[in-house]
Design a protein. Sequence first.
Length: 382
Amino acid sequence: MVPGQGDEGAAAPAAGGQELEVQPGQEDGAGVRQPCLCPAPGIEVAGAEERRACDCSSGLPWPRCCEAAGTKKKAACPGLGLFYTVLSAFLFSVASLFLKKVEDLHSVEVSAFRCVFQMAFVLPGLIYYKTGFLGPKGKRIFLFLRGFLGSTAMVLLYYAYQVMPLSDATVITFTSPVFTSLLAWIFLKEKYSLWDLLFTLFAVTGVILIARPPFLFGSSGMGIEGSYADHLKGSVAAIASAVSAASTIVILRKVGKSVHYFLSIWYYAVIGLIGCVIALFVLNEWRLPHCGKDRVLLILIGLLGLGGQVFLTKALQIEKAGPVSIVRTMDVVFAFILQILFLNHLPTWWTVGGALCVLASSSGTAIRKWRQSVKKAKQSEI
């Protein structure tokens, strides 16, 4: 899972997670071309007259507007969205592995470099779409909260990756969907059923098996890698990161489509960079990497994180959010594999059991939300 995925990943559904609306009459005839009312090819008409004659509101120039009207766009390749999801999970996991390899750099400083890459990526999009840099007045407080909570989730996740095993931190962050359902019930008055409660209990059980608190498992730690105190602090940081990431998703649901997703990511990057710089001066931790290896790793972390986010966004644009959420659990599989191959650390059976509980919880939540969205779509068609 990429550092800061919880927050950036939250921006991705806003970018493309919404299902495309199907025009009436297209459900059963997706491949049937509707009669075109455009002027015949070769007739030179002014642009405005073409649009009126075509009676087309797609926004595309004639004659492409007729091709868009009455047709339902199909995916270029079946399963392409799921392939993008797997590729995204792999890039996120490799970025996390490189983070473990960075030496003598505080997690806040790594987060600052990540925000710089994010700003460089988003700035051209803001200029191209002419969204401005502040957003609508009534939405700025939500954008600020999204940026603050998102960047906080990123810093906490970086810290968890640095002080505890890669697989443990990755699994704990996958409790975010459960916290999203709970926070949406509290703040957005969304339905919270017995199934949601069951998935929450599964997630809590998984976190307990991974964190292994001393009041349940004793002070020995039972196979904890490194310092037991660091493991507990990393577990708390990972849980706080998951809650912060879930909060950003709830805020994005509140904002809806009224704010461009590039602007949402821009707030995350700017506020994150400002907060990281202030924290670094307070902690007196600001310094450039001492060796060339760390500098290269920082650049790779930024590039891999952006690549993972791009492929996740593309996946959500051409595939339903439910299958994408389920396939994203490949992130945990990659984390286990990379930890064994490159960090020489075999996960304990406690970690495996906790991972199964968390994956069952997150997958169950995703499947339930997916089925609800499909049911609502069918009802709206009727």
